[in-house]
Write a protein that binds this ligand. Structure first.
Ligand code: F3S
Length: 284
């Protein structure tokens, strides 16, 4: 059996760094908290809980603690949270914000100091966007759809700077920017979309085109994994969506000579390795 595993399968660089940071901090000992779940994967969060890591879900919960280490996840947090953490002298802060997100914080903070209105193209409910808003000063808007861009009322004479949530769809971002350019004066755009997702999808498509069967690993509710599954199914009729190796155990891979493996953004490496081991070790 020939097995081709996508290099971009699973965690992106920023998420890997954040998850690794938590495990490194566990080794060091002491009370450990993450501000929000480090990743949207139940297995990982449960494992961390077993190892004594507590998830803080709100500012109130953060306010209640007086000592220990707080790890900031890859999405980042707003300036207020950094300030609150600084006030708490007994707390050690380990910042695992993805460098690409930190770059957006820097851009919006500088652009806002120049007196420009900041527009973040993304979902205002998303923690990453909430964090960015916290660095953008008082003159900031969040736009998610072309319709919202059409309805946007610019302040007269005010220049505008536009950034994007890292996981925003590029095509939609370009459409929104085009609409804003027609409505606003002096629009400065920085495309801050991260290409980790696009790379994962492109590689999955390439692999699915060369194999007899394709395995896509990820959570049932993970939208980026579903998207990977759809992309692979277009090229490889025998594409299987699994959560863990257990879902493959009773499946027949008869006649499959070459198999491809990829995984969604929140799938840990050890799950990918278990699947790899299973398909290599199975006698067909
Ligand atoms: Fe991941 Fe950072 Fe990009 S968290 S998706 S590498 S912005």
């Amino acid at each position: 059996m020939k097995v081709i595993t996508a290099k971009s399968a699973g965690f992106c660089f920023g998420v890997k760094k954040a998850v690794d940071t938590v495990y490194e901090e566990i080794e060091k000992g002491g009370r450990i908290y993450t501000y929000g779940e480090i990743i949207h994967n139940e297995l990982v969060v449960e494992d961390l809980e077993k190892k004594g890591v507590t998830v803080l879900n709100s500012v109130e919960e953060l306010n209640e603690i007086e000592e220990g280490t707080v790890i900031i996840r890859s999405h980042g947090v707003s300036k207020d949270i950094y300030e609150l953490l600084e006030e708490k002298k007994g707390i050690r802060v380990v910042d695992a914000t993805c460098p690409f997100v930190l770059k957006i914080h820097k851009i919006v903070s500088e652009e806002s100091k120049k007196g420009r209105h900041i527009i973040i193209v993304g979902s205002s409910d998303h923690p990453e966007v909430k964090g960015i808003i916290g660095f953008a000063g008082d003159s900031v808007s969040c736009i998610q759809t072309e319709k919202e861009a059409e309805e946007f009322l610019p302040e007269s004479g005010k220049s505008v700077s536009v950034v994007a949530q890292t996981t925003f769809n590029l095509h939609k971002f370009n459409n929104i920017v085009e609409i804003l350019k027609k409505k606003c004066y002096d629009v400065h755009t920085v495309n801050t979309i991260c290409n980790a997702t696009e790379q994962r999808q492109t590689e999955a498509l390439e692999i699915a085109s060369q194999v007899d069967a394709m395995v896509v690993i990820g959570g049932k509710n993970s939208s980026n994994t579903r998207k990977l599954y759809e992309i692979c199914s277009e090229r490889c009729a025998d594409t299987r969506f699994i959560q863990t190796v257990d879902d493959l155990v009773n499946e027949s891979l008869k006649g499959v000579k070459c198999i491809g493996i990829t995984a969604g953004a929140s799938t840990p490496n050890y799950i990918i390795e278990e699947v790899q081991k299973h398909v290599r070790g199975t006698d067909f």
